[in-house]
Design a protein. Structure first.
Length: 390
């Protein structure tokens, strides 16, 4: 499910993340199930044991006051666990930032050696380390209080409360017989054992909750249904063949297109109307963020407009199918959205076609590269189109 969800993520959801953050997210997926199951069951059993201890204390010499004292102490434990969650979230963010920074520096090590001033190689590292150390100290204090103060503090408080029974008014306590005193002592010891277990369980639950923040987007992304209709009968392709590409005929028609990204109120495109006739070449100009790349993504079928009409050869995307639309309209992404996979140069160039590629396809790709002025680069590559890149 998580792998399927990762494939459903939109580019803008992960564009700002680096390799280190991806690595951290993968590592957290392993921890969620283990921590949630182990810590969750332990905390649940400890809560049941605490409830039984409260009943025993209510029956003992201290009566309902002893039970109320345990409830208050349990509330204090939960509050301290919430503090642990808050501090742990900040510590985890700092840890992931350091991991991402380390991985990015390792990946770009050669570039840094060649281009970055030696005096700035470690700029920013001290600040990250200082922040991490301060948060680690704060987290250690909170976890020490959970591990030591909660169970041992209850033991001291419970024993003092048992001794204090003799000073309570008669109407506020049960009979101070030896049996009731023994019951109260048993309730205190039982609550102590439960608090030892619940502190360990709550820490596992907190860790699982922190790990879940990384897994959650992948988990819920798996529920998305992409609107990509399959055309197994090839109806869309036959329709497009009938339409043809006559010169002077509008190939792309847009009318009142509107688009905005999820979670944003501002429209990137609005009331966009135009026609592209066969044989025309268009040049879009505008400042950064004006919607040029977004319009190209709409034309290529990578995104769906929020409203308006977009036609290819007089047919909409639902009629001819997404696969045929994307086969007819091709987009070349910008450099920051174009990724190299670990493989040969030929594989990266022809991954949109059938693979393994034929000799004719590889020859055509090499010809295009040389026409684009990349002949010297190919000549310097020992294996040519079979050179490993990425």
């Amino acid at each position: 499910r998580l792998l399927f969800g990762a494939l459903q993520l939109a580019p803008e959801e992960i564009r700002h993340q680096g390799a280190g953050q991806f690595l951290g997210r993968v590592m957290e997926t392993v921890a969620v199930e283990r921590l949630a199951l182990a810590g969750g069951f332990r905390a649940l059993l400890a809560l049941i044991q605490l409830g039984a201890a409260a009943v025993i204390l209510a029956i003992g010499a201290g009566g309902w006051l002893h039970a109320l004292l345990l409830v208050v102490w349990t509330g204090f434990t939960v509050g301290l666990s919430l503090t642990d969650l808050h501090v742990g979230r900040a510590w985890t963010d700092a840890f992931r930032t350091m991991t991402n920074d380390l991985v990015e520096r390792m990946v770009g090590h050669r570039t840094r050696l060649a281009q970055e001033d030696r005096r700035r190689w470690h700029a920013g590292e001290d600040q990250l380390l200082d922040t991490y150390i301060l948060l680690s100290q704060k987290l250690n204090r909170v976890e020490t209080q959970l591990d030591a103060l909660i169970p041992r503090g209850w033991m001291v408080l419970g024993m003092v409360s048992v001794l204090g029974v003799f000073f309570l008014p008669v109407g506020w306590r049960n009979a101070d017989t030896a049996a009731n005193i023994a019951i109260s002592l048993g309730g205190v010891l039982m609550a102590y054992q439960a608090l030892v277990s619940i502190t360990i369980g709550l820490q596992s639950v907190v860790d699982a909750r922190l790990a879940w923040t990384q897994v959650e987007p992948l988990f819920y992304a798996a529920e998305r249904v992409k609107d990509e209709r399959v055309d197994p009968m090839g109806i869309g392709r036959r329709l497009m063949q009938q339409v043809g590409q006559e010169t002077g005929r509008p190939q792309v028609s847009a009318r009142e297109l509107a688009f905005r990204y999820d979670g944003h109120n501002r429209y990137v495109l609005r009331d966009c109307t135009f026609q592209i006739v066969s044989g025309e070449r268009w040049l879009l100009t505008g400042p950064s963020g004006s919607g040029k790349s977004t319009l190209a993504a709409l034309l290529a079928g990578l995104r769906r407009p929020e409203s308006g009409t977009l036609l290819l050869g007089g047919l909409d995307c639902d009629t001819i199918g997404v696969a045929e639309w994307r086969r007819r309209v091709v987009v070349v992404p910008q450099f920051h959205e174009n990724h190299l996979f670990t493989g040969t140069l030929g594989f990266n160039l022809l991954m949109g076609c059938e693979w393994p590629a034929s000799a004719a396809a590889l020859a055509e790709a090499e010809t295009i590269c040389r026409e684009l002025g990349l002949g010297d680069l190919l000549t310097r590559m020992p294996a040519g189109m079979q050179q490993m890149v990425g």
